[in-house]
Design a protein around this ligand. Structure first.
Ligand SMILES: C[S@@+](CC[C@H](N)C(=O)[O-])C[C@H]1O[C@@H](n2cnc3c(N)ncnc32)[C@H](O)[C@@H]1O
Length: 234
């Protein structure tokens, strides 16, 4: 397992394009007035403005300071994606993982992945690479994490009603083949997302977003059910 190196050439600047109109930069300009104190501030950004795709709380912060701050609040779940044929959904999975405070993204298979959909969020998200399923399984075992497959395969149980373990790695397959047989064999459960239309499946990036949000609902927002709600009235 290794941490994915971050290419410095990637632009971290957000640009909004509306139709055929000119592109418009977003963000904030140079810091007005006397500069604030704090090592987390980046003098370059204070001087020239911050056009990155970051929430306002992190405006003008150094990248390393943002990562360190996120590290204090990341949740316990991880996600893994199989990447045997350069699946184009991985960027979107990384972006959603960043948004939902996922501990780390694990890419199993090929090292190269299409970063476009990540919108540079991979700079703030831990992304690990595993050459094969055995490496992911070993890593998960060392960290006491349960592998949970997400796919609508025969025998899968509904995500909507199955409890999601807190210390979980949610594992997603690729467009086309879905979860490999090898990964299915090592998952404690395979969960399906309910569908009601004619299509066989939804996009893997969309499935990952639904499953991550299900974990967040279960472990960040779930309220204990008060006794009165379960005690039958005489
Ligand atoms: C496009 S699907 C591929 C395969 C799918 N098993 C099929 O029968 O066509 C790619 C990945 O998206 C995720 N996925 C798509 N639809 C899903 C669903 N309804 N429930 C759970 N996962 C789903 C899974 O991780 C799956 O491996």
């Amino acid at each position: 397992m290794s941490e994915q190196p971050v290419p410095e050439a990637d632009s971290d600047t957000t640009t909004i394009t509306s139709g055929e109109d000119e592109a418009r930069e977003v963000g904030v300009g140079p810091w007005p007035g006397p500069w604030p104190d704090g090592d987390h501030y980046d003098p370059e950004l204070l001087a020239h403005g911050d056009r990155r795709n970051v929430v306002d709380h992190y405006r003008y912060w150094r990248r390393e300071a943002i990562v360190a701050d996120l590290d204090m609040v990341r949740h316990d779940f991880h996600v893994a994606v199989e990447n045997w044929s350069h699946d184009f959904n991985i960027g979107s999975v990384v972006r959603t993982a960043n948004a939902f405070g996922c501990a780390a993204v694990h890419i199993v298979g090929k090292r190269r992945w299409n970063r476009r959909g990540a919108m540079v969020t991979d700079r703030y998200q831990h992304v690990h690479h595993h050459p094969d399923t055995a490496s992911l399984v070993a890593w998960a075992g060392e960290h006491d994490l349960t592998l949970i497959g997400v796919d609508n395969l025969p025998g899968a149980v509904p995500l909507e009603t199955h409890p999601l373990p807190r210390n979980a790695v949610l594992v997603f397959g690729q467009e086309g083949p879905g979860l490999s047989e090898e990964v299915r064999q090592v998952c404690a459960a395979v969960l399906s997302i309910a569908q009601f239309g004619s299509t066989r499946s939804i996009n893997a990036g969309a499935a990952a977003a639904i499953a991550m949000h299900a974990w967040v609902r279960a472990h960040v927002f779930a309220q204990p059910v008060p006794d009165t709600a379960t005690t039958p009235t005489p």
